[in-house]
Design a protein around this ligand. Sequence first.
Ligand code: FES
Length: 100
Amino acid sequence: MFKSTMPQNGKIVHLHFDGEAVTAFNGDNLAAALLRAGKVKFRTAAEDDPRGPYCMMGVCFECLVEIDGRPNQQACQITVHDGMIVQRQNAPHSAGETSG
Ligand code: FES
């Protein structure tokens, strides 16, 4: 379980991750906000091969997600915004998988 060490104040923003509502604070990093919400699986590289943020600095590309219809976005390099629609990216043969 991840827990923020930053002060939890400021404007709350609402986003959706695979259709599930997630709250974050304005200015939060997307990957950090999702991890704090318990979302650790951001994509799959192959069936049953889940991936999630590793480096948190734009190097590993394990945090790729689709944001507002744009695929291959590095969640660790994105700041949240209200109404953001985030989708997991699944390997083609595991499309539709949403658990985790
Ligand atoms: S977590 Fe490594 S590039 Fe985003």
